[in-house]
Design a protein around this ligand. Structure first.
Ligand SMILES: [Zn+2]
Ligand SMILES: [Zn+2]
Length: 296
């Protein structure tokens, strides 16, 4: 088995010349067999990459040589293969697509450590915890008692806050997302809207489940790489919280219906996926516009 690592990182920082970094960065990654996706913008960097452990170590020191990134926080996970097929380095307007360009992250929610969140749960404190991710992410895993808004993408966050969450303005609110980047702006928007006591989970779910698996995280965690899903818990009752679309068994796995005209995201266990030929319905199985099966 090979020793790979997957890194997740971001930083909001003013970059003078992101165009220049994009080219340098792509070159460097190709030479050092780093794969994944890194976005640079005037407002900072957002990336997830994978590589052999020795290359990943080099990668971290390489990025930290830029003065703007000297204090980058890398969240790290193990893998036994590359988690990406290609390397994409892009210049963007925002490092996360949002409808929150004018929201200042200086107004962000107070940072809540995994230890503090654990304690709030253990002591049965009164708080409202909100998932700032999309519906297909929170469908397979979430924090205990979390509100999971049915967002198709992060641009709908404003609407969620203005409509669904407005009744909680006086409450203690905790927002969370995968690695923390979405919450910087999600929580700041809430503060700007007059919510009194807003926190953001520092380092996101990734940081929490590494420290405290088998506690208050239920089910799998969606990741935007070839692994698709991470299952952090060992306890049977906390392993999977979603149910197979076909047989109803607990699972955390997805398929995109292979009928390309449908492409619907559905939760499916491995067996049912094969039995239904990677499709959501018999009608889709009969489609002439089906994607080829390229992996198990
Ligand atoms: Zn099934
Ligand atoms: Zn379908």
């Amino acid at each position: 088995m090979n020793d790979y690592r997957v890194l997740l990182f971001y930083k909001y920082v003013n970059l003078q010349n992101p165009e220049r970094i994009v080219l340098e960065h792509l070159q460097w990654c190709l030479q050092n067999e780093i794969k994944g996706r890194v976005f640079f913008a005037n407002e900072g960097v957002n990336g997830t990459v994978s590589g052999l452990v020795e290359n990943i170590e080099k990668y971290k020191s390489h990025l930290k040589k830029y003065p703007e990134f000297s204090d980058l926080w890398f969240k790290e996970d193990f893998a036994d293969a590359q988690a990406f097929n290609k390397m994409h380095v892009r210049l963007k307007k925002e490092i996360v697509c949002s409808d929150l360009k004018d929201v200042s992250i200086e107004h962000g929610g107070k940072r809540l450590s995994p230890e503090e969140l654990l304690k709030l749960y253990q002591e049965g404190k009164d708080f409202v915890i909100v998932d700032a991710r999309n519906w297909y992410e929170s469908k397979i895993g979430k924090f205990k008692n979390a509100i999971t808004p049915p967002m198709k993408n992060f641009r709908e966050w404003k609407n969620v806050v203005d409509e669904d969450l407005k009744e909680f303005k006086e409450k203690t609110i905790i927002t969370y997302c995968t690695g923390g980047i979405r919450c910087e702006k999600a929580s700041a928007y809430m503060v700007e809207k007059g919510f009194k006591d807003v926190y953001q989970l520092d380092g996101g779910i990734v940081n929490y489940i590494q420290k405290f698996p088998d506690t208050y995280w239920e089910g799998g965690m969606f990741v935007f790489d070839e692994r698709r899903v991470i299952v952090p818990n060992e306890k049977e009752e906390l392993k999977h919280m979603a149910h197979c679309h076909f047989c109803g068994e607990p699972t955390s796995y997805y398929i995109n219906c292979h009928n390309q005209d449908c492409d619907k995201i559905i939760v499916s266990c491995h067996n049912c996926k094969l039995e239904n030929d990677y499709c959501c319905s018999e009608e889709c199985q009969r489609s002439l516009n089906k994607r080829k099966v390229t992996h198990g």
